[in-house]
Design a binder for this molecule. Structure first.
Ligand code: PMP
Length: 394
């Protein structure tokens, strides 16, 4: 049955990680895979998560199935967390999913089941897994202009011009904040234009928010999402606790649907449950149990928010330090975009040759396409990275 499957070239990020691990140089830098690291290069478990895990271990009464919705209390807390206070709050329903990847797929399956001819529009560039997840669900995927390669910022004029052409049967996938891979986010004015266009032309907005809190703060990062939630009749959302709770391997996420009424949202979620039953069935419980305990407890919530702020401040500090160092050493503003970007990533646009040089000559590992995980940098490495970039450029 499997004889005809050809050998596959491995995933390029995984290959790069392996190459990094095997590199004997002590001064090497891993700016590849998208995980947060502290200044020691570690990804420790957050203290709030540790506390919640202890409580969970002592109080968890059973390992019996939770049901297709997953942890219902967790879904309610997450829905309140993302949509509380908006006009969408009482006409939404939430499914607990295995990470945001699971949420993206649950939403994709929902679209495919209800509107199989729909086209999902993703930004150019976008999260590397957006297109495969949508296509595996059988959906058509096309892209809208996003990043201006010169400025490394969003070309909102080009983006909005394309979005203005979308209509019924189109789904517009947006990054809620901290755009992956570019780090370039859209302005609130652009969110407003998108809401106006959705209301005028009838396309369906779908917000993937995987880094809430890692940009400008928990509330600030959800401003665009909240604007849409207050203004459009229908909305799809996927969210993740991988980054802001550091629960990567626990696969903790949620998919939300906002529809015309709460009943309609529940009906829609019931269909999503049926579709999930045909694949993973039920999501893993542990991560959601941890998030639930944190969000239910004021002291743990405060601790978590404080830790998240510290993580974000570290990345923002690194961004400022990079810009300062680049300005000083190049006597130009060429690299100011580092401080204009939000979240963990910056898309530098460095070409393959430059990336190869950075790796070979300086032990600096950056993924193809030039996305730098700023959160992978240690403070003392800033001058070395800047020097290396300047030397490889000249
Ligand atoms: N959406 C975006 C934009 C992402 O960057 C990621 C992960 N890096 C995901 C979704 C998937 O997140 P998870 O690990 O929770 O599945």
């Amino acid at each position: 049955m499997f004889e005809t499957i050809p050998a596959k070239k491995g995933d390029s990020i995984v290959a790069l990680m392996t190459e990094f691990a095997n590199d004997p140089r002590t001064e090497k830098m891993d700016l590849g895979i998208g995980i947060y690291r502290n200044n020691l290069g570690e990804t420790p478990i957050m203290k709030a998560v540790m506390e919640a895990q202890k409580i969970l271990l002592e109080t968890e009464p059973t390992k019996a199935y939770q049901g297709l919705v997953g942890d219902v209390e967790y879904t309610e807390l997450m829905q309140h967390f993302l949509l509380g206070g908006t006009k969408a709050a009482d006409r939404a329903a939430t499914l607990h999913t295995p990470g945001a990847s699971g949420a993206l797929r649950a939403v994709a399956d929902l679209i495919a089941a209800t509107q199989p001819d729909a086209t999902v529009w993703i930004s150019n560039p976008s999260y590397v897994n957006h297109q495969p997840i949508m296509e595996r669900a059988g959906l058509k995927v096309r892209s809208y202009p996003y990043l201006n390669p010169e400025t490394k910022l969003v070309d909102e004029t080009a983006m909005l011009a394309k979005i203005a052409e979308l209509g019924k049967g189109d789904v517009l996938l947006l990054h809620g904040c901290c755009h992956n891979p570019s780090g370039a986010d859209i302005t609130l004015d652009a969110w407003q234009s998108i809401a106006d266009l959705a209301n005028k032309n009838g396309f369906l907005p779908f917000v993937d928010i995987a880094y809430q809190g890692l940009g400008d703060g928990l509330d600030e990062d959800a401003q665009g999402l909240h604007l849409l939630a207050n203004q459009v009749p229908e909305l799809l959302i996927s969210t993740s606790c991988s980054k802001n709770f550091g629960l990567y391997r626990e696969r903790t996420g949620a998919a939300m649907v906002v529809t015309s009424s709460r009943q309609q949202a529940l009906n829609t979620r019931a269909l999503m449950c049926e579709l999930a039953r045909g694949s993973y069935s039920m999501p893993p419980a542990h991560g959601a149990g941890v998030v639930k305990l944190i969000l239910q407890d004021d002291a743990l919530t405060t601790l978590w928010k404080q830790e998240l702020k510290e993580m974000t401040a570290r990345v923002t500090g690194l961004r400022s330090a990079l810009v300062e160092e680049f300005q000083q050493k190049t006597q130009s503003n060429q690299f100011d975009y580092f401080a204009k970007h939000k979240g963990m990533f910056t898309l530098t646009g460095f070409d393959d040759e430059m990336l190869e040089k950075l790796k070979a000559d300086f032990g600096i590992y950056i993924v193809k396409g030039g996305r730098i995980n700023v959160a992978g940098l240690k403070e003392h490495e800033v001058p070395k990275l800047v020097d290396a970039v300047i030397r490889c450029q000249s």
